[in-house]
Design a protein around this ligand. Structure first.
Ligand SMILES: CC(=O)SCCNC(=O)CCNC(=O)[C@H](O)C(C)(C)COP(=O)(O)OP(=O)(O)OC[C@H]1O[C@@H](n2cnc3c(N)ncnc32)[C@H](O)[C@@H]1OP(=O)(O)O
Length: 431
C-alpha cells in the first residue's frame, strides 16, 4: 500500500532510480522488432543494471537540472515507484510555444503494480505542473493501454519508411545553389541547434532542446551498427541550412545488407532538403534506405519519379498529450479559421477545473476561452480535445468513434476547420 507520494530527497535518489526499468536493465518499452527502428541490428541494446557509481552520476545530473521534477511513491518508507516531469516548450499550431510537463521515466516495482501507485504519482505531477503554469502534459507511452485513463491521447506521429535505391530517382529540378559536405560529430553538434531552431519554429509538436541535447553525437562506432555519419548542406553563403545523420550498419544476412539508415534529417528550406535526400537515396554500395522516425507527411515522396518507391512500413503515435488547463492551453494556440464554439467537458476527474461549458472564440488577432452558461454546441472528451489540440487528427473521425457529441448542427465541422493545423504534428526527438 502506498503511504506517501512526494519528490524524493537527494539521499533517496539511488532508491528512486532502482525502481525504474531503464536503470535496472529491465524492459521499459513494448517489444518491437529491429525492423521498426532501423537496420538489421536489434535496438535498443539490453542494458545492465546501473551500479552505485552510475546511480550517483544520474542523481548528480538530475538534481542540478532545474527543468527536471522527480516524484516518488513510498510504501512504509520504501521507494516503490518513480516518475518525473521535464519542463519543455512545445510548438503548437500557429507557431507559438506552450509550456509543457513532459512525463518521463516511470516505473513501479513489480510487486507493487496495479494498486494505484502510478495514478497517485500522476495526480501529483499534474498538480505540480499546474502550479508551475504548465497547461499541458505529454509523454511517450510504453504501452498503448496505460495512459488513456489519465486523459492522454496521441498527438504527434512518426512513420518508418523504406526505399529501394534502384526504384528511386528525383524528378528534375533547378540546380542546387548550395553544397553538401560530410562533417565530423564536433561540427554536427554545432550545426544541429541552428537547423532544429528553424524547424521548431513552424513544426507543430517540436520540443525545445534541453541543454546538451546533441552532446552525445559521436564519430565512434556503435558495435556492428557502425559510426554515425554526418552530412550537411550549406547555402550559397556557406551557412549550414540542413543536416542529416545516418549509419551504414553491417548485416549478417544478404537480404538486409546494404541498408543505409537515416536516423535524422532536417532542413531549413526545400533546396537543402532535396539535396540531402538526393545523396542519401543514391548512395553507392547500398540497396535500401530506411528512415525510421519521419513525419507522416514527407515531401520527398513528391520529389520522386516513382512515388511508390517509398514504402511506409510502420506508422504510429509518438507523443501523447493531456490538457491540464483547457482555457489557458486553447488560448495559446491559433486556429486555422476564425470562429466560435461552445463545448462541454464533463469527464476530467484529475483536473476538475476543466469541467464545464466553455466559449472558445478565435478571430485573426485574439483567442478567448471563457466559461459560459449558454448551451453547448457539443460535448468533447478531454482526451479527444488533447489530440485535437495538436491539429493532426480529424474531429469527424473522433466524433465517429464516439468521443464527441454534437448538439448543434455543423458544430463538428466547425471544430474540425478551426482545430486542424497546416503542418503534421511531429517531434524529431523525445524525452
Ligand atoms: C511515460 C513512461 O515513462 S512510459 C514507461 C512506463 N513504465 C513501464 O511500462 C514499466 C513497467 N510497468 C510499470 O512499472 C507499471 O506497471 C506502470 C508504471 C506502467 C503502472 O504503474 P501502476 O502503479 O501499476 O499503475 P496504477 O495501479 O496506478 O494503474 C492505474 C490504472 O492503469 C492500469 N494499468 C496500469 N498499468 C497497466 C498496463 N501495463 N496495462 C494495462 N493497464 C494498466 C491499472 O489497471 C489501473 O486501472 P484503473 O484505473 O482502471 O484501476
Amino acid at each position: 500500500m502506498v503511504t506517501e507520494v512526494r519528490p524524493p530527497r537527494r539521499d533517496e535518489m539511488a532508491a528512486y532510480y532502482r525502481t525504474l526499468p531503464f536503470a535496472n536493465g529491465m524492459p521499459s518499452w513494448e517489444p518491437a522488432d529491429a525492423a521498426w527502428h532501423g537496420g538489421p541490428e536489434p535496438w535498443p541494446p539490453q542494458r545492465a543494471p546501473a551500479d552505485a557509481d552510475q546511480l550517483e552520476e544520474l542523481a548528480a545530473a538530475d538534481t542540478a537540472d532545474e527543468s527536471f521534477h522527480p516524484i516518488a511513491a513510498f510504501a512504509d518508507g520504501r521507494c516503490v515507484g518513480a516518475s518525473g516531469t521535464i519542463s519543455f516548450e512545445v510548438t503548437v499550431p500557429g507557431g507559438g510555444t506552450v509550456s509543457m510537463a513532459g512525463v518521463t521515466s516511470t516505473g513501479v516495482i513489480a510487486t507493487h503494480r496495479r494498486r494505484g501507485c502510478l495514478r497517485r504519482m500522476m495526480q501529483a505531477m499534474f498538480d505540480a505542473a499546474l502550479e508551475r503554469g504548465e497547461p499541458l502534459a505529454m509523454l511517450s507511452a510504453s504501452e498503448g493501454r496505460i495512459y488513456g485513463r489519465f486523459g492522454f491521447s496521441p498527438a504527434t506521429y512518426r512513420t518508418r519508411w523504406e526505399l529501394a535505391r534502384h526504384e528511386a530517382a528525383l524528378l528534375p529540378s533547378a540546380p542546387d545553389p548550395g553544397s553538401l559536405e560530410l562533417i565530423g560529430a564536433a561540427d554536427a553538434k554545432k550545426a544541429w541547434p541552428r537547423v532544429h531552431a528553424s524547424v521548431r519554429a513552424h513544426r507543430v509538436g517540436e520540443l525545445s532542446p534541453l541543454p546538451g541535447r546533441w552532446d552525445g553525437l559521436s564519430d565512434e562506432a556503435d558495435g556492428t551498427n557502425g559510426p554515425l555519419r554526418f552530412l550537411v548542406h550549406r547555402d550559397q553563403r556557406g551557412d549550414v541550412d540542413g543536416i542529416a545523420h545516418f549509419r551504414l550498419p553491417w548485416s549478417p544476412t544478404a537480404d538486409r545488407a546494404g541498408t543505409l539508415v537515416v536516423e535524422a534529417l532536417e532542413a531549413m528550406n526545400p533546396a537543402a532538403y532535396r539535396a540531402l535526400w538526393g545523396l542519401l537515396i543514391d548512395f553507392d554500395l547500398t540497396k535500401t534506405v530506411v528512415a525510421p522516425a519521419r513525419p507522416r507527411d514527407e515531401p520527398l515522396r513528391w520529389m520522386l519519379t516513382n512515388p511508390r518507391a517509398m514504402r511506409v512500413t510502420r506508422q504510429t503515435d509518438n507523443l501523447w498529450a493531456r490538457l491540464l488547463d483547457v482555457p489557458r492551453a486553447l488560448t495559446q494556440r491559433s486556429y486555422l479559421t476564425p470562429g466560435e464554439l461552445r463545448f462541454t467537458i464533463d469527464d476530467d476527474r484529475m483536473c476538475p477545473g476543466n469541467n464545464g461549458t466553455w466559449h472558445l472564440r478565435a478571430d485573426d488577432a485574439v483567442v478567448t476561452c471563457l466559461p459560459t452558461d449558454e448551451p453547448a454546441d457539443l460535448i468533447v472528451a478531454l482526451a479527444a480535445l488533447s489530440t485535437l489540440y495538436f491539429g493532426g487528427m480529424s474531429a469527424h473521425d473522433l466524433a465517429y468513434a464516439g468521443h464527441l457529441t454534437q448538439h448543434t448542427e455543423g458544430a463538428i465541422g466547425q471544430l474540425a476547420r478551426m482545430f486542424r493545423a497546416d503542418s503534421e504534428p511531429h517531434n524529431t526527438f523525445g524525452f
